[in-house]
Every structure is written in C-alpha cells, then in structure tokens.
Design a protein around this ligand. Structure first.
Ligand SMILES: NC(=O)c1ccc[n+]([C@@H]2O[C@H](COP(=O)([O-])OP(=O)(O)OC[C@H]3O[C@@H](n4cnc5c(N)ncnc54)[C@H](O)[C@@H]3O)[C@@H](O)[C@H]2O)c1
Length: 181
C-alpha cells in the first residue's frame, strides 16, 4: 500500500488507518480465542502494521501525518465488548507512543474516537439483533442523534492538514458528546 502510493505520488503525506471489526458479543468468560485473534489481528495489529510501514516512508522524507481510528470503545469499557474495547484502547497506546518518537522529526500521529456512526458496521449490528441496544444508545447521545461518516472524515482531514500543525499524540472524540457524561 505504501510502496504503491510512493510509486504513484513520490511521497506519503497523510495516512488514515481505519479498518476495524466488532467482536462477537460475549462475556469475558465465554469469549473465544478465535474471536480474540480475529479482532486483535485487524483492529490492533492491522493498525500497528499500517503505521509501521507508513512511518518508514515518513521518517525518510521527514514529514507526514497519521490518524488512527480508535473508538469511544478506546475510552470506556463495554460489557460483552471487551476484546473490541481492549483493541481500541491499544490503538491509543500506539498512537501516543509513536507520537512521542516522531514529534521532533516532523511527523504527527493522532487518533479519533468515533461515537455511534451510521455505517455498514451499524447496519450489521442491527442485523445481528443489536437494534434495541443501538436505539437505547442513541437516546443517551447528548446531541440526540447518530453521527454521519463525513463528520468523522472532516475531523480526520483536519488532523492530517497543516491546520493541525501543533497537534500530536491526541485522541479526539467525534461522538455528539457521548463520552463526556
Ligand atoms: N460505526 C461506528 O459506530 C463506529 C464507532 C466507533 C468506531 N468505529 C470504527 O470506525 C472504523 C470504520 O468502521 P465503519 O463503521 O466504517 O465500519 P465498516 O464495517 O463500514 O467498515 C470497516 C472497513 O474495514 C475494512 N476491513 C475489515 N477487515 C479488514 C481487513 N482484515 N483488512 C482490510 N480491511 C478490512 C472493511 O473492508 C471496511 O471497509 C473501524 O475501525 C471501527 O471500529 C466505528
């Protein structure tokens, strides 16, 4: 991915590491090793792996901005969602650690923590029988509504831009006020 980008454009200015999946809902005592490995492999190792190769290029060029996708699950616990929340907490650990490493070398690394956003992931949760839980969650969002994907994109674009030139190692919640309560 990085090599193709550099071959096409000569450099890598910004990267957004976004891929993620939900865990199978289960109490910690019942969660499976297979689900642990699947979710950690995509949500934590996947983001780490992207960052590793992006940083190799950005380190060479002496500039760049990375945004990692965490979640409200990176900030609070979630019953039956421990594997997902642990992975998303881990994303923030990698973000802050890498930000420290590269702060003086022209590379900024930040994270965003989306709240409930209407995407195919939310559709899957409804299809999987979590519709009532999502509607209950929506009622407790201070802004009173689910977020739109472009509201996440706008925050990512800002973090990648020079308008955020003095911002690194941060996690920004884009969640209609959900985790501030
Ligand atoms: N939708 C929400 O309410 C919400 C809330 C908090 C955080 N997030 C996070 O936002 C990010 C995007 O999720 P979304 O809501 O758009 O979900 P989504 O299911 O619509 O998109 C997830 C994307 O990840 C990709 N993906 C999954 N496994 C992959 C793999 N092994 N390799 C490469 N790509 C893979 C999928 O192809 C898909 O494009 C995720 O990290 C998710 O955890 C979503």
């Amino acid at each position: 991915m990085v090599a193709h980008t550099v071959a096409a454009f000569g450099r890598l200015d910004a990267a957004y590491n976004n891929a993620g999946v939900q865990n199978v809902l289960a109490e910690t005592a019942d969660a499976t090793r297979e689900d642990y490995d699947r979710v950690m492999g995509i949500n934590l190792r996947g983001e780490w792996s992207c960052m590793k190769f992006e940083l190799q290029q950005m380190r060479n060029q002496g500039s760049g901005a990375i945004v990692n996708c965490s979640s409200l699950g990176g900030l609070v616990g979630g019953a039956e969602r421990g594997i997902y929340h642990a992975a998303k907490h881990g994303v923030l650990g990698f973000t802050k650690s890498a930000a420290l490493e590269y702060a003086a070398r022209g590379i900024r690394i930040n994270a965003i923590c989306p709240g409930l956003i209407w995407t195919p992931m939310a559709d899957q949760m409804v299809a999987g029988g979590q519709g009532d839980a999502l509607r209950a969650m929506e009622k407790s969002i201070p802004m009173g509504r689910v977020g739109r994907p472009e509201e996440i994109a706008n925050a990512v674009l800002w973090l990648c831009s020079d308008a955020a030139s003095y911002v690194t190692g941060q996690s920004i919640s884009v969640d209609g006020g959900f985790v501030m309560r």
